[in-house]
Design a protein. Structure first.
Length: 231
Protein backbone atom coordinates (compact mmCIF):
# COMPACT_ATOMS: atom_id res chain seq x y z
CA UNK A 1 0.00 0.00 0.00
CA UNK A 2 1.23 3.51 -0.74
CA UNK A 3 1.96 5.36 2.51
CA UNK A 4 -0.39 8.24 1.68
CA UNK A 5 -3.03 6.15 -0.05
CA UNK A 6 -5.62 6.42 2.69
CA UNK A 7 -5.65 10.18 2.16
CA UNK A 8 -6.83 9.76 -1.42
CA UNK A 9 -10.26 8.67 -0.24
CA UNK A 10 -10.66 11.39 2.40
CA UNK A 11 -12.38 14.00 0.25
CA UNK A 12 -14.54 11.22 -1.07
CA UNK A 13 -15.33 10.40 2.55
CA UNK A 14 -16.48 13.99 3.18
CA UNK A 15 -18.87 13.67 0.26
CA UNK A 16 -19.95 10.19 1.36
CA UNK A 17 -20.74 11.54 4.82
CA UNK A 18 -23.27 13.89 3.20
CA UNK A 19 -25.08 10.86 1.82
CA UNK A 20 -25.16 9.15 5.22
CA UNK A 21 -21.79 8.75 6.88
CA UNK A 22 -20.00 5.43 6.70
CA UNK A 23 -22.53 3.68 4.47
CA UNK A 24 -21.49 0.41 2.87
CA UNK A 25 -21.08 2.18 -0.46
CA UNK A 26 -18.69 4.76 0.97
CA UNK A 27 -16.61 2.03 2.64
CA UNK A 28 -16.39 0.20 -0.68
CA UNK A 29 -15.39 3.44 -2.42
CA UNK A 30 -12.67 4.12 0.11
CA UNK A 31 -11.41 0.54 -0.18
CA UNK A 32 -11.37 0.70 -3.95
CA UNK A 33 -9.33 3.90 -4.00
CA UNK A 34 -7.00 3.33 -1.06
CA UNK A 35 -6.70 -0.43 -0.76
CA UNK A 36 -8.26 -0.10 2.69
CA UNK A 37 -10.84 -2.81 3.33
CA UNK A 38 -12.13 -1.03 6.40
CA UNK A 39 -13.17 2.10 4.54
CA UNK A 40 -12.26 5.68 5.36
CA UNK A 41 -15.17 7.17 7.25
CA UNK A 42 -14.17 6.08 10.72
CA UNK A 43 -10.97 8.08 10.77
CA UNK A 44 -12.48 11.30 9.47
CA UNK A 45 -16.05 11.42 10.73
CA UNK A 46 -15.26 12.89 14.17
CA UNK A 47 -12.93 15.49 12.70
CA UNK A 48 -15.56 16.52 10.17
CA UNK A 49 -18.64 16.59 12.40
CA UNK A 50 -19.11 20.33 12.18
CA UNK A 51 -20.46 21.26 8.74
CA UNK A 52 -22.61 23.99 7.27
CA UNK A 53 -26.22 23.73 8.35
CA UNK A 54 -28.44 22.20 5.70
CA UNK A 55 -30.67 24.66 3.87
CA UNK A 56 -32.09 25.32 0.47
CA UNK A 57 -29.25 26.24 -1.85
CA UNK A 58 -29.13 29.60 -3.60
CA UNK A 59 -26.80 29.44 -6.54
CA UNK A 60 -24.41 32.32 -7.19
CA UNK A 61 -26.04 35.05 -9.23
CA UNK A 62 -25.89 34.83 -13.05
CA UNK A 63 -23.00 37.28 -13.31
CA UNK A 64 -20.88 35.22 -10.91
CA UNK A 65 -21.81 32.01 -12.72
CA UNK A 66 -20.94 33.59 -16.07
CA UNK A 67 -17.61 34.84 -14.74
CA UNK A 68 -16.72 31.39 -13.40
CA UNK A 69 -17.81 29.66 -16.59
CA UNK A 70 -15.97 32.24 -18.67
CA UNK A 71 -12.75 31.66 -16.76
CA UNK A 72 -13.24 27.94 -17.19
CA UNK A 73 -13.67 28.29 -20.93
CA UNK A 74 -10.54 30.43 -21.20
CA UNK A 75 -8.66 27.79 -19.22
CA UNK A 76 -10.01 25.08 -21.51
CA UNK A 77 -8.71 26.95 -24.55
CA UNK A 78 -5.32 27.27 -22.89
CA UNK A 79 -5.37 23.58 -22.00
CA UNK A 80 -6.12 22.65 -25.61
CA UNK A 81 -3.20 24.82 -26.69
CA UNK A 82 -1.03 22.64 -24.46
CA UNK A 83 -2.43 19.56 -26.19
CA UNK A 84 -4.91 18.58 -23.47
CA UNK A 85 -8.18 17.05 -24.61
CA UNK A 86 -10.98 14.98 -23.15
CA UNK A 87 -11.04 14.56 -19.40
CA UNK A 88 -7.84 16.54 -18.84
CA UNK A 89 -9.29 19.56 -20.63
CA UNK A 90 -12.47 19.25 -18.55
CA UNK A 91 -10.51 19.02 -15.29
CA UNK A 92 -8.56 22.17 -16.18
CA UNK A 93 -11.80 24.01 -16.96
CA UNK A 94 -13.33 23.03 -13.63
CA UNK A 95 -10.22 24.02 -11.68
CA UNK A 96 -10.50 27.57 -12.95
CA UNK A 97 -14.25 27.81 -12.40
CA UNK A 98 -13.69 26.85 -8.76
CA UNK A 99 -10.85 29.36 -8.39
CA UNK A 100 -13.05 32.21 -9.64
CA UNK A 101 -15.84 31.32 -7.21
CA UNK A 102 -13.33 31.07 -4.35
CA UNK A 103 -11.89 34.48 -5.20
CA UNK A 104 -15.41 35.92 -5.17
CA UNK A 105 -16.21 34.25 -1.83
CA UNK A 106 -12.97 35.52 -0.32
CA UNK A 107 -14.09 39.13 -0.76
CA UNK A 108 -17.73 38.77 0.35
CA UNK A 109 -18.77 40.25 3.71
CA UNK A 110 -22.45 39.28 3.89
CA UNK A 111 -22.86 35.97 5.83
CA UNK A 112 -25.82 34.79 3.73
CA UNK A 113 -23.94 35.43 0.50
CA UNK A 114 -20.92 33.63 1.93
CA UNK A 115 -23.12 30.65 2.74
CA UNK A 116 -24.68 30.59 -0.72
CA UNK A 117 -21.29 30.70 -2.41
CA UNK A 118 -19.71 28.16 -0.06
CA UNK A 119 -22.44 25.60 -0.61
CA UNK A 120 -21.81 25.79 -4.36
CA UNK A 121 -18.00 25.80 -4.03
CA UNK A 122 -18.02 22.92 -1.56
CA UNK A 123 -20.26 20.81 -3.78
CA UNK A 124 -18.11 21.54 -6.84
CA UNK A 125 -14.83 20.73 -5.11
CA UNK A 126 -16.06 17.53 -3.48
CA UNK A 127 -17.88 16.16 -6.52
CA UNK A 128 -14.88 16.98 -8.73
CA UNK A 129 -12.49 15.20 -6.37
CA UNK A 130 -14.77 12.21 -5.85
CA UNK A 131 -15.20 11.69 -9.60
CA UNK A 132 -11.47 12.19 -10.20
CA UNK A 133 -10.62 9.55 -7.60
CA UNK A 134 -13.27 7.16 -8.84
CA UNK A 135 -12.59 7.43 -12.58
CA UNK A 136 -9.34 9.19 -13.53
CA UNK A 137 -6.76 8.05 -11.01
CA UNK A 138 -7.51 4.32 -11.25
CA UNK A 139 -6.71 4.58 -14.98
CA UNK A 140 -3.41 6.32 -14.21
CA UNK A 141 -2.46 3.79 -11.54
CA UNK A 142 -2.70 1.03 -14.14
CA UNK A 143 -0.15 2.73 -16.41
CA UNK A 144 3.43 2.44 -15.19
CA UNK A 145 4.49 5.59 -17.03
CA UNK A 146 2.18 7.78 -14.91
CA UNK A 147 1.55 5.70 -11.79
CA UNK A 148 3.49 8.30 -9.74
CA UNK A 149 0.81 10.95 -10.42
CA UNK A 150 -1.83 9.43 -8.10
CA UNK A 151 0.80 9.09 -5.38
CA UNK A 152 1.70 12.77 -5.65
CA UNK A 153 -1.97 13.71 -5.63
CA UNK A 154 -2.41 11.73 -2.41
CA UNK A 155 0.32 13.78 -0.79
CA UNK A 156 -1.60 17.01 -1.43
CA UNK A 157 -5.03 15.81 -0.31
CA UNK A 158 -4.53 16.30 3.46
CA UNK A 159 -3.89 20.05 3.05
CA UNK A 160 -6.91 20.46 0.76
CA UNK A 161 -9.26 18.53 3.02
CA UNK A 162 -8.01 20.41 6.10
CA UNK A 163 -8.74 23.73 4.38
CA UNK A 164 -12.28 22.60 3.51
CA UNK A 165 -12.85 21.44 7.11
CA UNK A 166 -11.66 24.80 8.45
CA UNK A 167 -14.13 26.74 6.31
CA UNK A 168 -16.91 24.31 7.26
CA UNK A 169 -16.16 24.82 10.95
CA UNK A 170 -15.54 28.58 10.97
CA UNK A 171 -19.07 29.82 10.34
CA UNK A 172 -20.18 32.37 7.78
CA UNK A 173 -19.80 35.35 10.11
CA UNK A 174 -16.26 34.41 11.16
CA UNK A 175 -13.66 37.21 11.08
CA UNK A 176 -11.28 34.58 9.68
CA UNK A 177 -13.52 33.87 6.67
CA UNK A 178 -11.40 35.69 4.07
CA UNK A 179 -8.18 34.20 5.44
CA UNK A 180 -9.52 30.63 5.37
CA UNK A 181 -11.15 30.89 1.95
CA UNK A 182 -8.05 32.59 0.58
CA UNK A 183 -5.89 29.75 1.85
CA UNK A 184 -8.14 27.21 0.14
CA UNK A 185 -8.07 29.26 -3.07
CA UNK A 186 -4.27 29.28 -3.05
CA UNK A 187 -4.16 25.51 -2.54
CA UNK A 188 -6.61 24.92 -5.39
CA UNK A 189 -4.64 27.21 -7.70
CA UNK A 190 -1.35 25.49 -6.83
CA UNK A 191 -2.95 22.08 -7.36
CA UNK A 192 -4.38 23.20 -10.71
CA UNK A 193 -1.12 24.71 -11.97
CA UNK A 194 0.88 21.62 -11.12
CA UNK A 195 -1.61 19.20 -12.65
CA UNK A 196 -2.19 21.20 -15.83
CA UNK A 197 1.44 22.06 -16.55
CA UNK A 198 3.17 18.87 -15.45
CA UNK A 199 0.90 15.91 -14.81
CA UNK A 200 -1.94 16.19 -17.31
CA UNK A 201 0.31 16.45 -20.40
CA UNK A 202 2.15 13.31 -19.27
CA UNK A 203 -1.11 11.53 -18.55
CA UNK A 204 -2.58 12.37 -21.93
CA UNK A 205 0.58 11.22 -23.70
CA UNK A 206 0.51 7.94 -21.79
CA UNK A 207 -3.20 7.18 -22.15
CA UNK A 208 -3.87 8.70 -25.56
CA UNK A 209 -6.63 10.99 -26.77
CA UNK A 210 -9.15 8.19 -27.31
CA UNK A 211 -8.86 6.99 -23.72
CA UNK A 212 -8.97 10.60 -22.48
CA UNK A 213 -12.23 11.17 -24.36
CA UNK A 214 -13.72 7.97 -22.94
CA UNK A 215 -12.70 8.95 -19.40
CA UNK A 216 -14.30 12.37 -19.90
CA UNK A 217 -17.78 10.93 -20.29
CA UNK A 218 -17.35 8.66 -17.28
CA UNK A 219 -15.90 11.48 -15.18
CA UNK A 220 -18.78 13.84 -15.93
CA UNK A 221 -21.37 11.18 -15.15
CA UNK A 222 -19.63 10.37 -11.84
CA UNK A 223 -19.34 14.06 -10.93
CA UNK A 224 -23.01 14.72 -11.64
CA UNK A 225 -24.04 11.75 -9.51
CA UNK A 226 -21.78 12.86 -6.65
CA UNK A 227 -22.99 16.48 -6.82
CA UNK A 228 -26.62 15.43 -6.45
CA UNK A 229 -25.79 13.61 -3.22
CA UNK A 230 -23.85 16.47 -1.55
CA UNK A 231 -25.87 18.95 0.51
Amino acid sequence: MEPAATHSASLGAIASRDMGACSADSRQFGAAQAGNPGGVCGGTQDALQRRPKERSITMPNPIEKMAAKGAGKVAAVGARAKGLTGVFNTLAEQHHEAAVLLKRAEGVDDPKKREDLWQTIRRELLSHERAELNVVYPALKQNAAVSDIPRHHNDEVPALEAAIREVDAAGFDSPRWSQLVGRLKNLVEHHATEEENEFFPRAEDALGKEASAELDGRFMAAKEQAAKAIH
